[in-house]
Design a protein around this ligand. Structure first.
Ligand code: NAP
Ligand code: MG
Length: 497
């Protein structure tokens, strides 16, 4: 077990004493009377508690966001002014990076290294890339063929306009980064936004809303409501003044949100996780595949929507692959996120810890062999990583998203058999293929049913590369130009002269 945690920055405690509930129109506001405890998963003790928003508080946040939109407080600025403010927002996140990384590590449980590199580092890159689209959105002119009345000329063009108020409902695995995946495209398009973080990890979104104001985003353009999904989340999804809902989380909740959005004809995009396969062919570089599997499967303790959890390994290398994965997880060391040497960190919550442990027990009961990893402390929401061998395609663990450090390994003999198992899933977020046979790779890539296909890499995202799922993994794409355009409506204009 580890001991050496880094010292907590005073700014983290300052923020904890400031936050009281939601953040609306530039102010922290307490909730409606009900509170939620916000935990440190490494010690299973509360960091703070926040007042929860009820429907009336959500309605207030939406009303403010709408008012700012109608007044043009944000969309009325020139694109260049808005771009500059978003770039300043990115600079501020970079400047306060250590504070935000500590806050995220403390509340989510993740390693400070991951928090620095991904939650902060990738977020800053994402913000800068996406801010650039602010000045690059465009419509087009079209040569129409309208022939009447005789002698009339026409000029026609399309205009991209912000949809209005966007709602972003986000999960607990990368709370700040996924909030930014909603916030920045919406702001780049000129929209206002209300974010509802998970009640388990609401802190970093509140801090972001403060930083946005410091950067120059007018108060009320970016609001945060902290409240239960079934109350605050549902109210946001069904609110008549919300013109777009963007959600990341479970398929079951995503469907409810999609239905609620359609009921008032709001646009929606849903990113719903996956049961992502890694297909390792006989010729693959075993070292790279093993390291890739550890990264793909155990990053953030497997609490990653694009994490690999089904490992289809050619029979000729299957046993060596399992042995090496097992040795690697035995050599890891458990500890809190603020210990930079700890490689096994707690899961986000007691509820989620129980859910992952139940998946492991069920897999064992269904016949999988459990190869266990490092010892973990009794206190805190830890789950030791496991490799499951002898898994079959019919077992629950091969079909349902576990969202934890559980690597299921399944051998195959023929490439076609491996491909069929890869595609035998309701979900289709991402997949990776491991081979050095270029012709084989080029033939397989179009046949893999997933929104992203990686070759000899897994879980590597870039702000310019659209990200989203097929099948039950959702609809719509985040990142790239697509994410910003998805916060706009196209208006057709036709002028007779
Ligand atoms: P979830 O229930 O889908 O929660 C995601 C967000 O939706 C949270 O902010 C949640 O609020 C909110 N929410 C819940 N019910 C809602 C409703 N009826 N209307 C509107 N919003 C609602 O996810 P979870 O329960 O935390 O995790 C369950 C499983 O989802 C995980 O085990 C994992 O398999 C999957 N998951 C996927 C991702 C991903 O990145 N795609 C991320 C997280 C989880 P509150 O929780 O605050 O009430
Ligand atoms: Mg839930």
């Amino acid at each position: 077990m580890s001991q050496s945690t880094i010292p907590r920055l005073p700014e983290v405690d300052d923020f904890l004493s400031r936050a009281s509930g939601s953040f609306i129109d530039g102010e922290h506001i307490p909730g409606s009377g009900r509170h939620a405890e916000v935990f440190d998963p490494s010690s299973a003790t509360p960091l703070t508690h926040l007042g929860l928003a009820d429907k009336a508080i959500v309605d207030r946040a939406v009303a403010v966001a709408k008012q700012r939109f109608v007044e043009g407080a944000w969309r009325g600025m020139t694109p260049a002014q808005r771009e500059r403010i978003l770039l300043r927002f990115a600079d501020l996140l970079e400047l306060r990076g250590e504070e935000l990384a500590q806050l995220e590590s403390l509340n989510q449980g993740k390693s400070i290294n991951i928090a620095r590199m991904i939650d902060v580092g990738f977020s800053v890159d994402f913000m800068r890339y996406t801010a650039g689209w602010t000045t690059k959105l465009e419509g087009q002119t079209t040569d129409v063929s309208i022939g009447v009345p005789d002698g009339t000329n026409f000029h026609a063009y399309t205009l991209r306009q912000p949809v209005g108020v966007v709602a972003g409902i986000v999960p607990w695995n990368f709370p700040m980064m996924i909030a930014l995946w909603k916030v920045i495209p919406a702001l780049a398009a000129g929209c206002s936004i209300v974010i509802k973080p998970s009640t388990e990890t609401p802190l970093s979104a509140l801090r972001l809303a403060e930083l946005a104001i410091e950067a120059g985003v007018p108060a009320g353009v970016f609001n945060v409501v902290v409240g239960a999904g079934s109350i605050a989340g549902q109210r946001l999804a069904e609110h008549p003044d919300i013109r777009k809902v963007t959600f990341t989380g479970s398929t079951a909740v995503g469907k409810q949100i999609g239905h609620a959005a359609v009921d008032h004809m709001a646009c929606f995009s849903l990113e719903l996780g996956g049961k992502n396969p890694m297909l390792v062919l006989a010729d693959a570089d075993l070292d790279k595949a093993v390291n890739g599997a550890l990264m793909a499967g155990l990053l953030n303790q497997g609490q990653v929507c694009a994490a690999a959890s089904r490992f289809y390994i050619h029979r000729s290398i299957h046993d060596a692959f399992c042995e090496r994965l097992h040795a690697a997880i035995q050599g890891m060391r458990a500890g809190p996120g603020l210990d930079p040497e700890a490689t096994v960190n707690p899961l986000v919550s007691h509820r989620h810890q129980r859910s992952v442990l139940a998946h492991i027990e069920r897999a064992e009961a269904e016949g999988a062999r459990v190869l266990r990893g490092a010892e973990v402390p009794e206190t805190g929401f830890y789950v030791s990583p496991v490799v499951l061998s002898g898994v079959t395609q019919q077992m629950t663990v091969a079909r349902e998203e576990v969202f934890g450090p559980v690597l299921s390994v399944i051998p195959f003999d023929e490439v076609e058999e491996g491909l069929a198992m890869v595609n035998d899933s309701d979900l289709g977020l991402a997949a990776s293929l491991w081979t050095n046979d270029l012709s084989q790779a080029m033939r397989l890539i179009p046949r893999i049913e997933a929104g992203t296909v990686w070759v000899n890499t897994h879980v590597t995202l870039d702000a310019s590369l659209p990200f989203g799922g097929v099948k039950q993994s959702g609809v719509g794409r985040e990142f790239g130009r697509e994410a910003v355009e998805a916060c706009t409506e196209l208006k057709s204009v036709c002028i007779a002269y």
